[in-house]
Design a protein. Structure first.
Length: 148
């Protein structure tokens, strides 16, 4: 997991070759002005979902992991808290290959990280994360899905 400011995102392009395309997309587009929906950047290897999600309490947020994709999550209109538990401490749970997701609905995250607009959180396949924790009834966010 990486948490940092968007000003520093370019420093992480060595982590994955597609991160450079994420940086270029963010520099060329106004994420806050984009309508909710899926925007393809490089086919199925890189896309962004602009989402408006219901804010959840920490005990309502569902931990999830992905196998094929890295998440770069960016809150757009207010703070978002992410729950975190390393995959190595999560129980064996069925994986949905079609949606590239494993959900752990009956577990609470071990720790929590606050992320403000202007920041990002990167979650790798080994990072169990519980998104959308917020006091606000709804949050607008960008979720870049990057092929591992």
């Amino acid at each position: 997991m990486i948490i940092d400011t968007l000003d520093n995102l370019a420093k992480y392009v060595g982590v994955n070759p597609l991160f450079k395309d994420v940086v270029e997309f963010i520099e060329s587009e106004d994420l806050e002005a984009m309508e909710p929906g899926k925007y393809t950047i490089k086919g199925n290897d890189l896309f962004v979902n602009i989402a408006v999600a219901k804010g959840k309490a920490p005990d309502e947020a569902v931990l999830e992991t992905h196998v094929k994709m890295i998440d770069i999550q960016i809150p757009l209109d207010g703070p978002e808290t992410f729950g975190y538990t390393p995959l190595c401490r999560l129980p064996e749970t069925p994986y949905n290959a079609e949606k590239d997701i494993t959900k752990y609905p009956d577990l609470m995250a071990e720790s929590f990280i606050d992320c403000q607009p202007g920041m990002f959180a990167i979650f790798f396949p080994q990072d169990g994360h519980a998104p959308c924790i917020s006091m606000a009834p709804e949050i607008k966010k960008a979720i870049f899905k990057v092929k591992v």
